[in-house]
Design a protein around this ligand. Structure first.
Ligand code: ATP
Length: 807
């Protein structure tokens, strides 16, 4: 087995001269190739951004890869038609397909020819360049079990154009449209990988042809901008070396966040390029794609065979991991794919994980000498064929667009913050709102919440009240309809209520008053009908008279007119009807009447239709002219009687009835209380006390009378004594004849004084007694008066009720 050998670049890629396109936009290539320590190129100004330079030197290795990456500009509607090809013409942003596998059998070399003697070729291509089997001679001679492998392409010969056109061209085209693409050559040492990838001057390989097509594409799409980045790398013993900058060795791998961002759903929401407004450069997205062109190390180095190790064969970790990754991709669904186990698989991860179009070119030697290794390569190719990819366009924002996106995000966040602060919302931790402010906002929020809850409660209450009211009104309307239709119901129970059954089966009671008012209305209608008939008669009279006049017959027109004009009952009837309408006014002071309804009714009453009541049918009053009544007039009258105000009146009556019912209930309660009071001991005691007092008053009156008589007697006595005293004084002018008479006079005087004192004393006592009795009498009279008043009131109420027919 051959040791790794330096491979010189047969078709060197352009260095920095590969050129950077317009500002920020363009296309690029990165390349990996086999180790080539002697390679010296001018250091480029631009390298693949996924790689970082490291100053450490790596040890010798055995991997060589060439890759390219392209950053592509947005596709514009004005882009020219692309060359026709099955994949390139596909406009779908996702391409689901299997890896394209091509097996190339190089021509037998001179050395192989010599070494093998007569029989040299073990493999042959059949069936339109897609199937590989053992060569017939080899199969016969070796008696090997026949094998058969079918690939996308199975090619022989030295024509690199053919293999490029069949296996790579479309992929390069796709790369220019934004799809990642990877082409790698796999095969045993000296099987023709480098010949295929790089080619010769006369037979340029895949890499120079790709580069040529890329530039051609750029030239053909002059209306788009491209940024082309090229890197030319070598992985040798797991060390990456920048072949375009020889001093840059052991480069480190970094993930390109822009690409990842785009793949993970693009927070920037770049959207489909085709959905972008053409010419809107500031908001444009760019497609970034990477084209990897890889020339792998000899596949034999991928073996982990112990023997080979003993033989000193190198094990290429990258190649070995590539084989493992591909096996896992094809064999185990959902299994861990060890991309990070090697540099190569890390770099190719974005391609191998299914998001790139992949074309694998497996090169084999036809020689019987390498049949085993070639067979391994064929098996590997068959395995790779099973790998399915879903290539997607990678859209990322260019710097300008990114800047604008971030500016927009910041302004949106600012607006949100301000909105939150303004609404008193909870900004939460880390929102940048100071703690004090947060507390204030929290308090405000809590207040708002409570207020809101209260409002909800209130609204619910109002809603319930309204609902009740609506139910109530609905019931009343039903009732009204029921009354209208059953106005002449024959079987009405006697009493103060009329029992009606509404449309929904509810039993309703109405005061007779309602019925009487309805009856009045009916009477009006009947009168109107009578009047109508009368008018029609008059009309007939007038008509007959006129007809006679036309015919030239003699007609007493004056008499006819007098007859027609003599009876003006219609005016009276209309006035009566208006009076009935005026009853609506009574609704104003009544509870439970909707003001809007009332306003509407008033509008109807006025017949103004001032907007408030315009929603309701207007009552059509007949004018005051004495023209004959027509059938239309009659209909109008009927309509008048069945207008909402009529129902409103019924509603008001219903309300009045309810109020009266409440009064009746209260009165009944009072009566019951009074009856109960009359039966109570308190009442009996009160009556007894009153009688007792009355007796006491009578006794006091008698006593007073006695005292008055006593006083009168005493006064009479005093008067007699005074008379006697006068006669005695007359006798003294003549000398007294005896001393006994003067002694009798003294006695009389002293008894008079005593009597007078006694009289005064008795009068004072009597006066005091009288005052006390008067006071007590007044008090009793007051109580009696109040009780009497109460009784009178009760009697009055009862009388009222009796009069009103509610008792
Ligand atoms: N299809 C072909 N037609 C003509 N010559 C070929 C073809 N393929 C390979 N060769 C020649 O075979 C030799 C070995 O080829 P090449 O170097 O490309 O092999 P390799 O697979 O790259 O080997 P290594 O892995 O050792 O680099 C070269 O001299 C090359 O010119």
């Amino acid at each position: 087995m051959s040791a790794p050998r330096p491979v010189s670049r047969q078709q060197p890629l352009p260095g920095s001269g590969l050129g950077l396109g317009g500002p920020g936009l363009g296309a690029g290539i990165s390349a990996l190739r086999k180790p080539s320590p002697s390679l010296a190129t001018a250091p480029p100004k631009s390298v693949l951004p996924t790689l970082e330079r490291r100053s450490e030197h790596s040890s010798a290795g055995a991997a060589s890869v060439v890759s390219a990456s392209a950053h592509l500009a947005p596709q514009t509607p004005t882009a020219p038609e692309r060359p026709a090809s099955p994949s390139a013409s596909t406009a779908s942003p996702t391409k689901t397909e299997n890896v394209t596998v091509t097996v190339r059998i190089r021509p037998t070399s001179d050395s192989e020819l010599k070494a093998a003697g007569g029989l040299t070729e073990a493999w042959a291509v059949t069936d339109d360049a897609s199937k590989i089997t053992y060569a017939d001679d080899y199969a016969v001679n070796t008696r090997r079990t026949p094998v058969e492998y079918i690939y996308d392409h199975a090619l022989t010969g030295s024509d690199n154009e053919e293999i490029y056109n069949s296996s790579v061209k479309n992929l390069v085209q796709s790369a220019m449209e934004g799809y990642n693409g990877t082409v790698f050559a796999y095969g045993q040492t000296s099987s023709g990988k480098t010949y295929t990838m790089s080619g010769t001057e006369s037979q340029p390989g895949i890499t120079p042809r790709s580069v040529e097509d890329i530039f051609k594409y750029i030239r053909e799409n002059s209306d788009r901008e491209f940024l082309l980045r090229v890197s030319y790398l070598e992985i040798y013993n797991e060390s990456i070396r920048d072949l375009l900058s020889p001093e840059s060795i052991d480069l480190r791998i970094h993930e390109d966040r822009r690409v990842i961002e785009s793949r993970e759903g693009s927070p920037g929401n770049a959207g489909s390029p085709t959905s972008r407004k053409p010419g809107s450069k500031s908001a444009s997205a760019v497609r970034v794609s990477q084209l990897n062109l890889i020339d792998l190390a000899g596949s034999e180095k991928a073996t982990s065979n112990e023997e080979r190790r003993k033989e000193g064969a190198f094990i290429n970790k990258s190649l070995l991991t590539l084989g493992t990754v591909i096996s896992k991709l094809t064999e185990e669904k959902g299994a861990h794919i060890p991309y990070r186990d090697s540099k190569l698989t890390r770099i190719l991860q974005s391609s191998l994980n299914g998001s790139a179009r992949v074309s694998v070119i497996c090169t084999i030697s036809p020689s019987v000498l390498n049949v085993e290794e070639s067979h391994n390569t064929l098996k590997f190719a068959a395995r790779v064929k099973k790998v399915v990819t879903k290539a997607q366009t990678n859209q990322v924002m260019d710097d300008k667009a990114l800047l604008e996106k971030y500016r927009r995000e910041i302004s949106e966040l600012r607006a949100q913050l301000m909105l939150t602060a303004a609404s008193g919302g909870d900004s939460g931790a880390g929102s940048g709102v100071p703690n004090g402010k947060q507390a204030e906002l929290s308090t405000l929020l809590e207040k708002e919440r409570m207020k809101h809850e209260e409002e909800i409660v209130e609204m619910n209450m109002v809603r319930n009240a309204l609902k009740e009211r609506i139910d109530h009104l609905t019931k009343l309307i039903l009732t009204s309809q029921s009354i209208n239709t059953k106005a002449a119901a024959p079987e009405q129970p006697a009493g103060r209520y009329t029992v009606e059954t509404s449309a929904d089966g509810t039993v309703l009671e109405f005061p007779k008053e309602i019925e009487s008012r309805l009856a009045r209305k009916d009477a009006i209608v009947k009168e109107l009908q009578v009047e109508l008939e009368a008018q029609q008669e008059k009309f007939a009279l007038m008509k007959a008279a006129l007809e006679k006049t036309v015919k030239g017959e003699a007609v007493d027109l004056e008499k006819t007119l007098a007859k027609v004009e003599q009876d003006p009952p219609r005016e009276r009837l209309l006035n009566e009807k208006r009076a009935s309408i005026m009853n609506i006014n009574s609704l104003e002071n009544m509870e439970g009447v909707n003001p809007a309804d009332l306003a509407a009714l008033k509008a109807l009453q006025r017949g103004s239709g001032d907007g408030v009541g315009s929603a309701l049918p207007q009552p059509k009053m007949r004018d005051n002219s004495n023209g004959p009544l027509s059938l239309e007039d009659e209909e109008r009258d009927d309509e008048l009687m069945d207008t909402p105000w009529n129902r409103e009146e019924l509603r008001s009556l219903r309300q009045a009835k309810r109020e009266l019912e409440i009064i009746v209930i209260e009165q009944e309660q009072k009566l019951e209380d009074m009856v109960a009071f009359e039966d109570s001991d308190d009442f009996r005691n009160l009556v007894l006390e009153m009688e007792d007092q009355r007796e006491r008053i009578v006794a006091m009156e008698e006593e007073r009378e006695d005292m008055r008589m006593t006083i009168t007697e005493l006064r009479n006595t005093i008067r007699k004594m005074e008379l006697r005293q006068s006669s005695s004084q007359a006798e003294m002018v003549t000398p007294p004849t005896s001393s006994s008479s003067s002694g009798g006079m003294a006695t009389s005087y002293s008894s008079m004084a005593a009597a007078e004192a006694r009289i005064k004393e008795l009068e004072a006592i009597a006066q005091r007694e009288r005052r006390m009795r008067m006071d007590e009498q007044n008090r009793n009279m007051g109580r009696i008066a109040s009780m009497g008043a109460e009784l009178t009131m009760m009697k009055a109420e009862l009388s009222v009720r009796n009069l009103a027919g509610y008792s």
